[in-house]
Design a protein around this ligand. Structure first.
Ligand code: PNS
Length: 160
């Protein structure tokens, strides 16, 4: 069984994430989308809410599972027999930090990282920008799946 993990915060999941997860699902028998539990970082959605949205938006792929993890990604990989991390690279600006993490993860546990060039349509896209634009009532309907849009709009309305 060839297994890979797509890790991230997914606060919230965007079409950029889905592009990478969907393409990875064609390369591996199973792809685990793993949501980082990070108590030090304020988030708009709880880990459970993010997982719930991810389950809904990845259901069509058939071989994608959603999980959460805390601590080091490599420890999660070792515990679940996952040898590869798949990451999207949007632009050169992503490269420095992603390279550092990939080299660290390989050095720590021999976990490989596969970088996938993001679809140019989503090269500017990030969860933080989606939240900011949505917060000021900008249109993000083309950037996130409908179920995410619905929950984003209602969460922001609750906070207003
Ligand atoms: O969506 P994000 O926030 O850019 O995802 C970053 C993530 C979760 C992939 C990265 O921060 C991570 O792997 N964190 C887990 C902690 C860890 O393993 N740190 C050492 C990295 S070398």
């Amino acid at each position: 069984m060839k297994r890979a993990v797509c890790p991230g915060s997914f606060d919230p999941p965007t079409f950029g994430h889905l592009d990478i997860v969907g393409r990875a699902s064609k390369l591996y028998d199973e792809v685990v989308v793993a949501v980082l539990v990070n108590k030090n970082k304020a988030s708009l959605f709880t880990v459970e809410e993010r997982m719930d949205m991810l389950v809904a938006v990845t259901a069509e792929y058939g071989n994608v599972r959603v999980d959460s993890f805390h601590g080091l990604l490599v420890n999660y990989c070792l515990a679940h027999q996952i040898p590869v991390v798949v990451k999207g690279l949007r632009a050169v600006s992503d490269f420095d930090y992603e390279l550092q993490m990939a080299q660290m993860n390989h050095g720590l546990a021999g976990v490989e990282t596969l970088f996938m060039a993001t679809n140019p349509e989503y090269s500017f896209l990030s969860s933080s920008l989606v939240k900011e634009v949505a917060m000021y009532e900008g249109d993000v309907a083309h950037l996130v799946p409908p179920i995410v849009l619905e929950r984003l709009v209602s969460r922001l309305a609750e906070l207003r």
